[in-house]
Design a protein around this ligand. Structure first.
Ligand SMILES: [Zn+2]
Ligand SMILES: [Zn+2]
Length: 263
């Protein structure tokens, strides 16, 4: 095989191509030749060439050396052989080019809470309304839950580009495996806070007390639960709130006994 590799020809661009044109050409070819999608036995070798060309031409410094000295100028560079440039390969497959976001990181929801409410036998029969007070993590008033210092905003995680997950290609005995894991940098949020809110230290929540009136329907039984949605803990950094479950405990009546609906 000839060794006069022309990286420009490999990507099908001319020597004056802009970075954008090079990237676009690479994405198109990667989608076509990546061995994960192309079962042609020649795909692996072809893709390696495409990738190598892109690794050189997408790097201004390498590209310049290549333009002046040819392939000799970039020989021995790390990451040229094999499968470098993962981020761009993934972009080619998982959005980016099409402008379509993949699965965006979503803020996680807050925990559900449980409150044990004791009522009397008569209250259970007739129904009642009770005021309850409980400690709860609520939205931070300083940053309104964003976790970012006032006047600043959370940034898109540079590691996963806001997707909340990262993909890596592993070589295994069975061939290439694409591995999807939660982004280690933003823990799946897709966003990162550069300067945290001083009140909540970036969590978006502060501890406080909440007072609620709970109406207990007539005829409620020991062990029943009343669910109040959105009254649980709020999620970190603006995540939705969990539910509050009020577990009702009925004190036994000194003389009357209840059996189902019969007294
Ligand atoms: Zn805050
Ligand atoms: Zn991330």
């Amino acid at each position: 095989m000839a060794t006069t590799t022309d990286y420009y020809a490999t990507l099908g661009v001319d020597r004056g191509a802009t970075d954008g044109e090079i990237k676009k050409a690479f994405r198109k070819l990667a989608q076509q030749w990546h061995p994960d999608v192309n079962s042609d036995p020649a795909a692996h070798a072809r893709f390696t060439e495409i990738n190598e060309a892109y690794q050189v031409l997408s790097d201004p410094e390498r590209r310049q050396r290549y333009d002046v000295y040819g392939k000799v100028g970039v020989e021995g560079d790390p990451n040229l052989a094999g499968f470098g440039g993962f981020a761009d390969i993934f972009d080619a497959f998982f959005g980016g080019a099409a402008g379509g976001a993949g699965r965006r990181g979503r803020p996680s929801a807050g925990s559900d809470l449980r409150y044990d409410l004791r009522i009397t036998f008569t209250e259970a029969v007739l129904g009642t309304e009770k005021e309850i007070e409980f400690p709860v993590l609520g939205r931070c008033g300083t940053c309104e839950g964003s976790g970012a210092k006032q006047g600043t905003e959370a940034i898109t995680c540079p590691e996963c580009k806001g997707r909340g997950e990262v993909r890596s290609i592993r070589q295994t005995m069975l061939g290439q495996m694409v591995n999807v894991t939660t982004c280690p940098r933003c823990h799946g949020d897709g966003k990162m806070i550069e300067r945290p809110c001083e009140t909540c230290r970036g969590d978006g929540r502060t501890e406080g007390k909440r007072v609620l009136r709970v109406s207990v329907p007539a005829g409620i039984d020991e062990g029943h639960q009343i669910r109040l949605s959105n009254e649980g803990e709020v999620g970190p950094r603006g995540g939705p709130a969990g539910s509050l479950y009020v577990a009702v405990h009925v004190a036994p009546h000194p003389t009357l006994k209840r059996d189902g609906t019969e007294l």
